[in-house]
Design a binder for this molecule. Structure first.
Ligand code: DX5
Ligand code: ZN
Length: 218
């Protein structure tokens, strides 16, 4: 089953606990947590104290997307909060391979993300062999509710091809502007895991399950 990762960035922040309850029990979910530092991207979200509370309140696997300038600091800071996946940006470090290897000792899955202007060819084969996930951004990171960039989605097809030719195992995740139509495009390119924020959370909570299920239909 394709994973859908609701992005908490678009939820009702004054009622995070009830939002978590509305998602609990829906199959095939990751909970996407956008961690921003106000420097790598021009926005700030939440840090480890909030993630610690969320981790105590939900059984949904936590998928943290670090849009930060210094990922190494976050590898250490978040290690006790039971994250299933730790993703940081290729653009944030000159030595991503070493950081991936370090993160692997704390997190079951480690991902690398590329911004819209970074070509998929910037991901070396050594890095693709080391990661568990590649996150293709289809909007400029920093804010929810932006328009999907179709050219970026082509990178999913390129990565799917490299993965098959080299018999690699990483998941391909997409993030930004996902709705029923753009999800279809990404599924056709071979995506495994789709982040969706505003498309899910703009619905009333009793429609979350139906909205999520629809995203998987090609
Ligand atoms: C943007 C974040 C996304 C965002 C997606 O920087 O990485 O996860 O929440 O929001 P939507 O689905 O509304 O584009
Ligand atoms: Zn994200």
């Amino acid at each position: 089953m394709k994973i859908i990762a609701p992005s908490l960035l678009a939820c009702d922040f004054l009622n995070i606990e009830s939002e978590l309850k509305s998602l609990e029990g829906i199959e095939g979910l990751w909970l996407h947590l956008d961690i921003m530092d106000g420097h790598f991207v021009p926005n700030l979200t939440f840090g480890h104290p909030i993630v610690e509370l969320i981790a105590k309140r939900t059984k949904i696997p936590l998928d943290a997307h670090f849009m930060v300038t210094n990922p190494e600091f976050y590898i250490d800071t978040f290690k006790d909060y039971k994250l299933t996946n730790f993703t940081f940006h290729l653009e944030a470090s000159d030595n991503c391979l070493a950081l991936v290897q370090k993160a692997k000792s704390f997190y079951p899955s480690v991902g690398i993300s590329i911004k819209p202007n970074t070509p998929a060819s910037a991901l070396s084969l050594d890095l693709l062999k080391a990661v568990d996930l590649v996150l293709v951004m289809t909007v400029e990171p920093g804010f929810g509710g932006q328009k999907f960039m179709p050219d970026c989605a082509e990178k999913i097809g390129y990565l799917n091809d490299i993965r098959q030719r080299n018999n690699l195992k990483f998941q391909i995740q997409v993030d930004g502007g996902i709705n029923n139509e753009t999800a279809k495009t990404c599924l056709n390119y071979g995506v495994d895991n789709m982040v969706a924020g505003s498309h899910i959370f703009k619905q009333p909570s009793d429609l979350y399950q139906e909205t999520i299920n629809k995203l998987r239909e090609v």
